[in-house]
Design a protein around this ligand. Structure first.
Ligand code: COD
Ligand code: ATP
Length: 200
């Protein structure tokens, strides 16, 4: 039986992954957004809220997980982060399986996975697409976000696989250091190329 070509979309913080994922969606390719799933499961009434409260007392309220507070705790403590991942990642994997069943009839789907290289999974996709921009562009984008500090940015960078290594390991790189329109053209061209490759 044929199954969809699975495209793994990844990239470091602020590189434009969400923007590029939306471009795939606009082109009609279903996107599994790992981060969105995590947010839903950590949000009001979310299925992971109780487990996270048990493991990290005080990290949730009626609205679900207090992500800023939990982030401050776990990003500074690798063991705490690993415990959080132990709760979150199996639940994400389950959602991904369900997504694939739901879209079994498509020729292509995208898995938007921020930590594709960091946490493994590049073997589970047919093609790895990395979004990338010059470091200075990345820095400006990230520091413009509310609540972001140079220290927090530096720390997150230090726990992510470096952009240069991601680019080397990618099957395809989408440059987001250019205009939105150029990036969108590159995405459409890539979809065409992947379709042609799939047809063989
Ligand atoms: C700790 C949490 C609550 C902090 O949320 P917050 O909204 O403050 O930050 P956000 O999620 O936007 O992450 C900021 C940056 O850190 C990166 N990041 C997030 N989790 C991790 C991780 N486990 N390892 C390395 N980098 C990470 C993100 O990719 C992003 O670039 C949240 O990141 C979380 O639940 N992380 C664990 C689950 C996970 O691994 N999610 C990411 C992939 S599905
Ligand atoms: N050519 C481009 N391609 C993509 N994004 C661009 C481009 N030019 C400017 N941007 C802007 O850069 C920002 C990229 O943010 P986005 O949320 O897509 O990054 P991300 O990689 O998903 O971040 P994170 O990993 O932190 O969640 C957006 O505000 C977007 O509008």
């Amino acid at each position: 039986m044929t199954r969809p070509l699975i495209v793994g979309l990844t990239g470091s913080i602020g590189m434009g992954k969400s923007t590029v994922a939306a471009m795939f969606e606009r082109a009609g390719v279903p996107v599994f957004d790992a981060d969105r799933e995590v947010r839903a499961m950590q949000g009001p009434g979310g299925e992971l809220v109780d487990a996270i409260e048990r493991e990290f007392p005080g990290s949730t309220d009626a609205e679900g997980v207090l992500r800023d507070r939990l982030g401050q705790q776990v990003f500074a403590d690798p063991q705490a982060l690993a415990r959080l991942e132990g709760i979150v990642h199996p639940a994400v994997a389950e959602k991904r399986g369900a997504f694939l069943i739901e879209h079994a009839g498509q020729d292509m789907v995208v898995f938007d996975i921020p930590l594709l290289f960091e946490k493994g999974g590049s073997e589970a996709v047919d093609a790895v697409v990395v979004v990338s921009a010059p470091a200075e562009v990345q820095r400006q984008r990230v520091l413009a976000r509310p609540g972001m500090t140079p220290e927090k940015f530096a720390h997150i960078l230090s726990i992510q696989v470096p952009d240069i290594e991601k680019r080397e390991r990618a099957d395809h790189v989408i440059d987001t250091g250019t205009s939105i329109a150029e990036t969108e053209r590159a995405v459409r061209a890539l979809i065409e190329k992947l379709r042609q490759e799939k047809r063989g």
